[in-house]
Design a protein around this ligand. Structure first.
Ligand SMILES: [Fe+2]
Length: 182
């Protein structure tokens, strides 16, 4: 019996359909997370060259797809000790972990979000996202997170899918001072 594995092209096709039909967040998470789970459970879906940090770096961020409808698919690699402080993507997002676990800390925001350069953050919880798991970024509800690889060595691919809004991501310091958008 031949087992047909779910490919990156199929994932992009299926996510495109959700974005093009203007599915709401609930449907994107409900249906799209199933697509992403199938993708990250196929170790052949992402070539090895995108599962390790870039040369001379402890980090990798590889663009796999960016479509006219805004659908963005990236492979992000966190090398041992790699860290990115609290930030807010301001759009829906799904992170599927393919290789080693990633430590994702979530924060609650207590101010009224009226300023980009200020935020009152409180650490909420640590999620240890394991291979095969999908973590959801829910706009304005549960989307501010920090990423850490506490020391896992080896391939470390996170497949991230979202609808990109350029310039919308904001980083924060833990003292509540906003950092430049990027
Ligand atoms: Fe992020």
């Amino acid at each position: 019996m031949t087992i047909v594995k779910y490919s990156l092209d199929e994932f992009i096709h299926d996510m495109d359909a959700l974005v093009d039909e203007k599915a709401d967040h609930e449907k994107i998470f409900d249906v799209g997370s199933g697509h992403l789970e199938r993708l990250i459970n196929n170790p052949e879906a992402i070539p090895d060259e995108f599962r390790y940090p870039a040369d001379g770096s402890n980090h990798g961020s590889y663009l796999m797809h960016y479509g006219d409808n805004g659908l963005l698919v990236t492979t992000v690699v966190w090398g041992p000790g790699d860290h990115l402080g609290p930030h807010d993507h301001r759009t829906w997002g799904m992170i599927g972990v393919m290789d080693n676990s990633i430590h994702e800390t979530r924060f609650k925001r207590h101010d009224d979000r009226s300023r980009d350069d200020y935020a009152e953050l409180e650490k909420d919880r640590l999620n240890i996202v394991k291979p095969g798991d999908v973590s959801l970024l829910v706009p304005e509800v549960d989307e501010i997170h920090q990423m850490d690889n506490p020391g896992f060595i080896g391939p470390n691919a996170n497949i991230c899918s979202s609808r990109l809004i350029w310039g919308s991501r904001t980083g924060f310091s833990l003292t509540g001072t906003g950092l430049p958008k990027w």
